[in-house]
Design a protein around this ligand. Sequence first.
Ligand code: KPL
Length: 302
Amino acid sequence: MTSHIAIVGDGAIGSLLAAGAQRNQSPYSVLLRRQRPAVTNVVHMDGTSTTLHNREPVALSSRDLLIVPVKYYQLASAIEQWRHLLCPDTPVVLLQNGMGGHEVLTSLLPDNPLYLATTSHGALKVSAQEVKHTGMGETKLGVIAPVHGTSNEQALLNNRVTAQINACLPPVLWQQNIQAALWEKLAINLVINPLTAIDDVTNGALKHPHYQRQIHNICSETAMVMTACGFPTDTQSLVARVRKVIAQTANNYSSMHQDIHHGRQSEIEGISGFLVRQAKKTGIDVPINTGLYQKIRALSLK
Ligand code: KPL
């Protein structure tokens, strides 16, 4: 029996997932908060496009999958809205920028097998009906709440969920420690997202010598908090990783830049807000990240 993939929302990444499912002829549905015209066209990097044929939401069994690629601040209401579709064994994958969503998910869905994912694919919603795949990337996936069964059952489920995500947003790299992978991504977002949004620049502008001290200081605070939280690292390796992503995405506007400049709510609470909260818990001073957090919050209120 083919399994069904339900995707919450028709955001840029959600629509890429739906296009992957469509191309692989996997049954899927896109769950919308309210009735409205959804994304129907996804343009791929090679110029071809996929027309989405969305289906009605269906009740999800243990063989199916719910993927939640929504913003941090939308997560709780999305789960409240759609949990009636789930059975206690339906696996759920949270695919998000930033961190903190994991706690929300485990408190709302204490019984389900839960996975976290992060992707470096780039996608842009160019209109209410069209999404463009703007950058090739990879998707990292790992388990956070295991099934209540044997390790063999867990391994089988991990393989199935990996194959389902791989059909939608390949390549999938399985992570034994997905939290560590998310912290590494967070370290990058902590630099690029607020700086580009505040200064209204592309990611590539951060190559300028003018930004290097600030980048070093953000990474230094992040390295201290990561180490205190059990993910040991150092400033130099974070700076090197940040520089690599700046070079790889030089022409892009970061997601936070796009959110702020289109007057949308940003993901600052799951990025700098998360770091500031972890710093407080571990007794570490993070004045640079706190300043960026406050500046983005002030810009969001304008
Ligand atoms: O993840 C990103 C984002 O914009 O949110 C980066 C890696 C910074 C690329 O723009």
